[in-house]
Design a protein. Structure first.
Length: 301
């Protein structure tokens, strides 16, 4: 069967986005060596390297997926759908944050309007592309083009489980980032620093990576662990979103990390924090629902 025009266009867009991600990686790696007149923040070399590596990984996966789309590989259709869901969710969340967070009081109304329009365009375009991909790759004609006589585990894995699996893998990678950069950890009102935070980051990262790989392999034990983990995340996020004393503790930790940053931007930290963790609680609850709903797809040991 011939390749649909929409699939070809999607592959081209994926390659262009991957090139842009590579450009971001190069700029991130070059930023510590660029001379500026403003004072620089404390040493952030580890963050820069890890951030650049993440951009490179996104670029590599994008190019790999685009090649699979050109060749009409079934796994490439799943990959682009998973990426579309991530882009759509993150773009919607960022747009909500951009609307909710007030601008600094010293800027004019015209400048504020321009900034908000710029942010709307910057995240509205990826959202539109993600919606296009979700529609394009769920059309019957596109599914037929990617039909393959070769059966594999991906064909029987629900898309929602694939998204949750990669969400867990990305979460595990972020825990590794926290471990490498020595970032303090806040859990249920308690601040953890130093080696204690490192041990917790290592445990949570290993657990998330194990859950993600197990969900991709449709292992029921990983599904049960994932339900427990997302239930923990739901309770933690809900408490921080609703309990002022917990919010205060996390805001104090945040201010401690930013105390050496020049020219901090003022915004409603409490409202921002509530929005972030309310969104996290909703995502965790949705993941639990899909894990329970699709339990018949998993293989019990």
């Amino acid at each position: 069967m011939s390749r649909p025009v929409g699939v070809t266009a999607s592959a081209v867009v994926a390659i262009l986005g991957s090139i842009l991600a590579l450009l971001f990686a190069v700029v991130a790696l070059a930023s510590p060596f660029i001379e500026t007149t403003k004072p620089k923040p404390p040493d952030t070399t580890q963050f820069v390297i890890v951030g650049a590596a993440m951009f490179m990984a996104l670029a590599g996966s994008g190019i790999w997926t685009a090649i699979g789309l050109f060749r009409l590989r079934p796994w490439a259709r799943t990959s682009i759908l998973v990426f579309a869901v991530f882009v759509a969710v993150s773009s919607i969340f960022t747009l909500l944050v951009a609307i909710a967070v007030p601008m600094p009081p010293d800027i004019s109304a015209g400048t504020e309007r321009t900034l908000r329009q710029t942010m709307a365009a910057a995240f509205g375009i990826p959202l539109a592309i993600a919606v296009w991909w979700l529609i394009q790759f769920n059309r019957p004609s596109t599914k037929a083009a990617f039909a393959s006589p070769i059966a594999d585990v991906a064909s029987s894995r629900p898309l929602s489980i694939t998204v949750i699996a990669w969400m867990s893998i990305v979460g595990g990678a972020s825990c590794v980032l926290g471990l490498l950069t020595g970032t303090p950890l806040f859990l249920f009102g308690v601040n953890f620093n130093g080696w204690t935070a490192g041990v917790i980051y290592a445990f949570l990262g290993a657990l998330s990576l194990y859950i993600g790989k197990g969900l991709l392999d449709l292992r029921d034990r990983a599904r049960v662990l994932a339900i427990v983990w997302f239930a923990f995340s739901f309770v933690h996020s809900s408490l921080i979103a609703l309990v002022p004393s917990l919010q205060k503790g996390m805001l104090e930790l945040h201010r401690g990390l930013d105390q050496n940053q020049p020219n901090p931007i003022a915004f409603d930290e409490g409202g921002m924090l509530s929005l972030i963790f309310a969104f996290g609680a909703i995502v965790a609850a949705g993941a639990i629902w899909f894990l329970i709903r699709n339990r018949g797809s998993f293989v019990r040991a």
